[in-house]
Design a protein around this ligand. Structure first.
Ligand SMILES: O=C(O)CCC(=O)C(=O)O
Ligand SMILES: [Fe+2]
Length: 244
């Protein structure tokens, strides 16, 4: 894949790929996520490196690929089958070339977030455990992601993206290290009030009519959204299986 073709105009180090998974794959992934027993996905402990007050109290969040220690070492666990076998998400993400310079050339850690309409995530940074590339797959609903220049939050985002269901957004380098990202806790998006940098890149992820709302500036209600945030943790500890 030629990642440069997906570069978001006017952005630094940000790429948007609509229709990264098919509608069938999305339905399968949503089913698998909903079927996954909670202990499979570990509850994420408190995040450090949050520049602003962080309210995640309502957000369901699990991580897969292993646990991160306090020293940012990934204690490796296998991914569930639905994130590497079918659909081949991890290889597909690796084939974008976004992770070519990362320690393992592919993500080894995934955070799954569930957002009901009205839920968001306060602006934050993801911290130094990860190589500075993140690929996020959206499932089930669109959302709007805002990026804020640091230090200090202004009320005007430096960049805003419309994330369709089934799309992949990749941020790297400066966009990762020098900016915070967040999702407003709203039940609907007034898209006419937003300056969406990727409007010219919208795919088929939303039902018919959304394209018109996006151009004419209407209101789009949110559904429940799941996001898979995929990253490469540089330091990994493999727990060997002891015999006997
Ligand atoms: O849901 C998303 O798209 C972003 C999630 C996120 O920023 C995080 O979990 O750190
Ligand atoms: Fe994040």
């Amino acid at each position: 894949m030629n990642l440069a073709e997906h570069h978001v105009p006017g952005s630094k180090d940000t790429y948007y790929i609509p229709d990264f998974v098919t509608a069938d794959e999305e339905a399968y992934l949503l089913r698998k996520i909903q079927e996954t027993p909670q202990p499979k996905w570990k509850q994420l402990s408190n995040r450090r490196y949050v520049p602003f007050a962080d309210d995640r109290s309502n957000l369901a969040q699990w991580q897969s690929g292993g646990d991160l220690t306090a020293k940012n070492i990934l204690v490796k666990q296998p991914f569930p089958q639905f994130v590497c076998d079918y659909p081949d998400l991890i290889s597909r993400i690796a084939s974008t070339s976004a992770f070519d310079d990362s320690p393992h050339q592919r993500p080894n850690h995934i955070i799954l977030n569930e957002y009901h309409p009205g839920q968001g995530i306060m602006p934050h940074q993801d911290g130094p455990a990860y190589h500075p590339v993140v690929a996020t797959l959206s499932l089930g609903s669109h959302t709007v992601m805002h990026y804020y220049s640091l230090p200090g939050r202004t009320d005007t985002p430096a960049l805003s993206l419309f994330l369709e269901p089934r799309s992949l957004v990749i941020t790297a380098d400066e966009q990762y290290t020098a900016r915070a990202h967040g999702i407003d806790a709203v039940a609907e998006d007034h898209v006419g009030d937003l300056e969406l940098a990727n409007l010219g890149m919208i795919g088929k992820g939303c039902h018919d009519g959304v394209g018109r709302v996006l151009t004419d500036g209407g209101v789009l209600p949110r559904q429940t959204r799941y996001s898979l945030t995929c990253r490469d943790v540089a330091r990994v500890k493999n727990i060997g299986v002891r015999k006997g």
